[in-house]
Design a protein around this ligand. Structure first.
Ligand SMILES: Cc1cc2nc3c(=O)[nH]c(=O)nc-3n(C[C@H](O)[C@H](O)[C@H](O)COP(=O)(O)OP(=O)(O)OC[C@H]3O[C@@H](n4cnc5c(N)ncnc54)[C@H](O)[C@@H]3O)c2cc1C
Length: 349
């Protein structure tokens, strides 16, 4: 909790920093957001898929019952504040790879805790896809992360609250508050994604970066009703007709953001198998997810350097997790409200 005497500096305008900036502004707090505009940051490459179900074991994702009922309303609120469109609901069709998988999904669909999340596919008019059976996953969609980030940046720039610059940790000094450049900030919140590895105060928090590829592709004739299609790999509609995002994969412990041809080839072949259509490549990008041990994010104030906070470890789920965690951290910084025990960095004390 802080004393409310000055501005808060946020380092990093990915999903974490952008959502936190909006939350602090909405609570009447003055902020400055600084970002070095890494072209291949995790948020700038992410597909923004919003999916409540983990295929392995057909389970609900962590905190699904808290996250998903409020998720679309959360981003629609920011759409109205920022006067931009970036959130869409889409039907999500999970195609079974084999009979065993079909049986497993069928069994789970009949369990009471899953009935609100899964439904049978046979009553819908489906395009001809690989696989003989499929399940609909409910409450899914896509956040157009690039449009969201740009609209936050434009909003803050118009208020002189955004700076394009690399934050140099060695120039940030404790002087009552935290001095950076000419200004003394009341608090600094680090939302640096994998930049955490270079952070002298928070690098004690373990990070396990995971690379991933996303392709922008053209696929004709997979139906007039846009839907997300998944059979291990996913195909996500965009607002442009016949243009989809295709992903993804996991490169363990890789920090490379250089796309490799073999990954594009694999994904394109998979998309052609799934859709039974020719798939042509428009763009190939690769980034590194800020993945952490046990997949529980890092939120909270430094154990000894008061006024320094962290918001990180969103892994592969930043688009949904931010809607819950950004308000939680804003309340913690401004009024000392408790953080959820599983995300509070005090767990490492
Ligand atoms: C291939 C791929 C696909 C993905 N798909 C999805 C998906 O479908 N759905 C989903 O929910 N999530 C997805 N993700 C995960 C999602 O991208 C992350 O969970 C989320 O974007 C992390 O946001 P962040 O703000 O914590 O980090 P980042 O996005 O890494 O943002 C950190 C920001 O800090 C800036 N920065 C770092 N260091 C400094 C410094 N010293 N000075 C100034 N600025 C600095 C960077 O430029 C960057 O803008 C995907 C990720 C990848 C790689």
């Amino acid at each position: 909790m802080i004393n409310n005497r000055g501005r808060i500096l946020i380092v990093g305008s990915g999903l974490a920093g952008s959502c936190l900036a909006l939350e602090l502004l909405e609570r009447g707090k003055d902020i400055l957001l600084i970002d070095n505009q890494l072209k291949n940051s995790s948020s700038r490459v992410a597909a923004g898929l919003l999916n409540p179900i983990v295929p392995k074991g057909v389970r609900k994702t962590w905190q699904c019952d808290i996250l998903f009922p409020a998720l679309f309303g959360y981003y629609r609120h920011w759409e109205s504040v920022l006067q931009t469109h970036f959130i869409d609901n889409y039907p999500f069709l999970n195609i079974h790879a084999n009979d065993g998988e079909a049986l497993e999904w069928e069994k789970r669909m009949n369990e009471p805790e899953m009935s609100a999340w899964l439904s049978r596919s046979d009553e819908h008019n489906l395009p001809p896809l690989a696989g003989e059976s499929a399940t609909w996953v409910e409450h899914c969609g896509r956040l157009d992360v690039s449009v969201f980030l740009q609209s936050v940046q434009d909003h803050l720039t118009s208020r002189n609250q955004y700076a394009i610059d690399g934050f140099n940790h060695s120039l940030c000094k404790k002087t009552g508050g935290w001095q950076y450049g000419d200004e003394v900030f009341e608090a600094v919140v680090f939302c640096e994604g994998i930049g955490l590895l270079e952070n002298p105060w928070f690098k004690y928090l373990f990070m396990d970066p995971t690379g991933g590829d996303i392709l922008k592709v053209h696929i004709p004739n997979i139906g007039d009703n846009p839907m997300i299609i998944k059979q291990k790999q996913w195909i996500v509609p965009t607002t442009e007709r016949d243009i989809y995002l295709l992903g993804s994969n996991f490169h363990k412990n890789s920090m490379s953001t250089e796309p490799e041809e073999k990954d594009a080839k694999f994904l394109l072949e998979r998309a052609a198998q799934i859709t039974k259509q020719p798939v042509s490549l428009i763009e190939h990008r690769r980034a590194v997810r800020p993945t952490v041990q046990q997949r529980r994010p890092y939120l909270g104030e430094h154990r000894s350097e008061k006024g320094l906070f962290v918001f990180n470890g969103l892994g592969a789920k930043g688009s949904s997790l931010c809607s819950w965690l950004a308000p939680m951290l804003a309340d913690n910084i401004l009024s000392g409200a408790l953080l959820h025990a599983e995300v509070d960095i005090q767990r490492f004390e």
